[in-house]
Design a protein around this ligand. Structure first.
Ligand SMILES: Cc1cc2nc3c(=O)[nH]c(=O)nc-3n(C[C@H](O)[C@H](O)[C@H](O)COP(=O)(O)OP(=O)(O)OC[C@H]3O[C@@H](n4cnc5c(N)ncnc54)[C@H](O)[C@@H]3O)c2cc1C
Length: 446
C-alpha cells in the first residue's frame, strides 16, 4: 500500500502517545524471591489489581513480567472505561435470541458485575490517589445501520433496568449534540462510563501495589510452571521461585507457558493513532460532551479526545495482521475522516498497536486451569473488566476458594478451529469476511 507521507507530523513516532507521560519501566523492580505465597504472571491491570488486593490483605505476593512493567495492552489502550455494554454472544438477548429464565438471570448478573467494574476503578483511583485524567463523561454508541439503531431501545431498557445506567437513545436528528458527524444512524448515550489516561492509570496501580508491599520483578519471563496448588515451582529467566499459588494474567500476551489457556484465546491486534493538537475551536466541536465513542459494526472503531481536549485519539482494527504502524495509521486516518471529514488535514503524531484476547463466547473469564488461577479474555474491553477480574481472583484466594461471580468457572470454551493452538491463522479470512458483511449491511439494510 502506498502511504501518503503528508499524513504524518514531522515529529511522528510509531509508539504509544501515552508513553510520553508514563513509559513502561523498571520503577520499584526487585530481585525474584526464592519463595512467595502467591506469584502473579503479568504486570498489566489484571496482575496489578490482583497483587494490590492480596498485598493489602497481608499476603506475600510477587508480580513478574517478561518485559518492562506495563509493556502489554495496559499502557497502550484507548482508556475507554465502559460501564457494562458487552455481555457476549449467546447471552446478549439480541434480536431473534430468546433467553430462558436461567440464562436471563446469568445475563443480568454479568451485566451487574460489568457495571461494578466501573465502580471498582473509580474506587481505586480515589483511594490510591491515581492522577490519570479520569473523567466520567459517558459513552456514545453510534448505530452503523438503521437496523442496529432499532435494537437500541431494548438494549437501553435492559441496561437501565439492571444496572441503572441511565442510558438514552438519540435519533439521527439529535445526534449533533453528541458528535460533529452524520456518520451514524443515531445512537445510545450511556452516561455511566468514563475515560482515563491508560498508562498513568497503570503507573498508579503499580505504585499502589508497591506501597502495599507486593514484590515487583521486571524482565523476568516465566518459562515453566511445575507442581500443583500448594507447591509450584516457577521457572523464570532470572531463576526459580516456589509459590503456593500462581495467577496467570497474560491476556493477549498469553504464550506457550500455558498452552491449555492459549488455545482458548484468539489474540487480535488493535491499533490506535493520535493526531497533532487541533485548532481549539475545531477540537472543541468534535465530541462536544467529551464522551468516548464506539460503534456497532463487527469490525469497529473507537475514539475520544485525549486529555487536554486538543488531540483526537482514533482506534480500530483496520488489519488483522501486523502490517506496520505506518500502514495502519494511514488506514485509521481514512476511517477517521470518513466520520469527521473536517479532520482531513490533521496530521498523525503517534501510531501504535497492542494485543487483546478474544474468547469464543465473547465473555471475559476467571477460573482455574491445572491448579493455576487465571483471568483473561477482555474482547477489547479490559480496562475495567480485567481490573475487576484481577481483584476477584484475589478475593477468591483470600476467601479460600469461595467467590460469588458470574464470570468465575464458566467454561472457557476452546476455539473450534482444527489444530488450533493459539496462532490465529484464520483471522485475516474471518476479519475480511466481517468487513465485507459490514459493508453489505451498511449499504443494503435499513
Ligand atoms: C490498542 C488497544 C486499545 C484498547 N482499548 C481499550 C479501551 O478503550 N477500553 C478497554 O476497556 N479496553 C481496551 N483495550 C483492552 C485492554 O487494554 C486490555 O484488556 C487490558 O489492558 C488487559 O490487561 P491485562 O493485565 O490482562 O493484560 P496486559 O496489560 O496485556 O498484560 C499482560 C502482561 O503479561 C506479560 N506476560 C506474558 N507472558 C508472560 C510470561 N511468560 N512471563 C512473564 N510475563 C508475561 C506481558 O509482557 C504483559 O505485560 C485495548 C487494548 C489495546 C491493545
Amino acid at each position: 500500500m502506498k502511504i501518503d507521507k503528508s499524513l504524518f507530523h514531522p515529529d511522528y513516532k510509531p509508539e504509544p502517545y501515552w508513553w510520553e507521560a508514563a513509559r513502561p519501566g523498571e520503577d520499584h523492580a526487585a530481585d525474584l524471591p526464592a519463595t512467595t505465597e502467591i506469584l502473579i504472571v503479568g504486570s498489566g491491570y489484571a496482575g496489578l489489581s490482583a497483587g494490590l488486593e492480596l498485598a493489602r490483605e497481608g499476603r506475600d505476593v510477587a508480580i513478574v513480567d517478561s518485559e518492562a512493567f506495563g509493556f502489554g495492552a495496559s499502557s497502550r489502550n484507548g482508556g475507554g472505561l465502559s460501564g457494562g455494554v458487552n455481555i457476549g454472544k449467546g447471552l446478549s438477548g439480541g434480536p431473534g435470541q430468546k433467553l430462558s429464565a436461567e440464562e436471563r438471570a446469568i445475563q443480568e448478573q454479568l451485566l451487574r458485575e460489568s457495571a461494578a467494574s466501573l465502580s471498582l476503578v473509580e474506587t481505586l483511583i480515589e483511594r490510591e490517589s491515581i492522577a490519570c485524567h479520569y473523567e466520567r463523561k459517558g459513552r456514545y454508541l453510534g448505530a452503523f445501520t438503521p437496523e442496529h439503531f432499532k435494537s437500541f431501545k431494548a438494549k437501553s431498557e435492559l441496561l437501565n433496568r439492571v444496572t441503572d445506567a441511565q442510558s438514552t437513545v438519540i435519533g439521527p436528528d439529535e445526534q449533533r449534540a453528541e458528535i460533529a458527524s452524520d456518520f451514524y444512524h443515531g445512537g445510545m448515550v450511556i452516561p455511566k462510563s468514563g475515560k482515563l489516561h491508560p498508562a498513568l492509570f497503570h503507573k498508579g496501580l503499580l505504585d499502589a501495589a508497591h506501597r502495599a508491599g507486593a514484590t515487583l520483578c521486571a524482565h523476568t519471563k516465566v518459562t515453566a510452571i511445575t507442581g500443583q496448588a500448594g507447591d509450584f515451582t516457577v521457572k523464570t529467566t532470572r531463576g526459580d521461585c516456589r509459590a503456593e499459588q500462581v495467577i496467570v494474567a497474560t491476556n493477549g500476551y498469553t504464550g506457550e507457558l500455558t498452552p491449555g489457556l492459549r488455545k482458548r484465546l484468539i489474540p487480535v491486534l488493535s491499533h490506535i493513532i493520535m493526531t497533532e493538537e487541533l485548532p481549539r475551536d475545531l477540537a472543541a466541536s468534535l465530541i462536544p460532551q467529551g464522551r468516548t465513542i464506539s460503534e456497532t459494526p463487527r469490525v469497529l472503531n473507537y475514539y475520544r479526545m485525549a486529555p487536554g481536549d486538543r488531540r483526537m485519539m482514533f482506534g480500530g482494527r483496520p488489519r488483522f495482521t501486523d502490517v506496520g504502524a505506518d500502514v495502519t495509521a494511514a488506514l485509521l486516518h481514512r476511517n477517521m475522516t470518513d466520520r469527521f471529514p473536517q479532520l482531513k488535514d490533521a496530521r498523525i503524531t503517534h501510531s501504535w498497536s497492542g494485543h487483546v484476547a478474544f474468547t469464543y463466547d465473547f465473555l471475559p473469564h476467571l477460573g482455574r486451569e491445572a491448579g493455576l488461577h487465571y483471568c483473561m479474555g477482555c474482547n477489547g474491553s479490559g480496562v475495567g473488566m480485567l481490573t475487576y477480574l484481577g481483584y476477584q481472583v484475589a478475593r477468591r484466594i483470600v476467601q479460600g476458594g469461595a467467590l460469588d461471580s458470574a464470570y468465575a468457572n464458566r467454561e472457557l470454551p476452546r476455539v473450534p478451529m482444527p489444530f488450533y493452538s493459539g496462532n490465529p491463522w484464520f483471522l485475516p479470512i474471518v476479519g475480511g469476511y466481517y468487513r465485507f458483511r459490514d459493508t453489505l449491511d451498511r449499504r443494503f439494510t435499513g
